[in-house]
Design a binder for this molecule. Structure first.
Ligand code: AMP
Length: 122
């Protein structure tokens, strides 16, 4: 699938629309989800143009892949849900494609926490 440079997260990366930033480094940008599904709901996205996890795994450099995985943990610490910080824990998930329920076609990991997240799949 071709990457659409006009998707909403591409616009966020270019600073064209407002968002609530949590964290940023060379590889990732993290921000609060505009429609939180749990008390804490953050999104972590790679800075590169990747449609979904499969696109990322096949095209991203090892540095980018490591940067994204480390970024997810760093964000979890920053927003106070990391198991290593308060022992609370969180859920991180990624939706891929139509059956996965992916709406925004720029790879993003969700982080849910701040309360019991509940059943894994409903
Ligand atoms: P997904 O269904 O995995 O593609 O999730 C897309 C997520 O992006 C949803 O949880 C939306 O609430 C969230 N979202 C959409 N637009 C924005 C935005 N402008 N800022 C922050 N989050 C957004």
């Amino acid at each position: 699938m071709t990457y659409d440079k006009n998707n909403i997260f591409a616009k966020i990366l270019r600073g064209e629309i407002p968002y609530k930033k949590i964290y940023e480094n060379k590889f990732v940008l993290a921000f609060h989800d505009v429609n939180p599904q749990k008390k804490v709901h953050a999104l972590v996205i790679p800075k590169g143009e990747y449609v979904n996890l499969d696109d990322f795994s096949s095209k991203a450099s090892d540095e980018e892949i490591a940067g994204l995985i480390k970024g997810i943990s760093n964000v979890a610490k920053k927003i106070g849900v990391s198991e290593q910080v308060k022992g609370a824990g969180y859920r991180s998930l990624v939706n891929v494609g139509e059956n996965g329920g992916q709406e925004v076609l720029h790879l993003h990991f969700h982080i849910f926490g701040g309360e019991k997240v509940g059943k894994m799949v409903s």
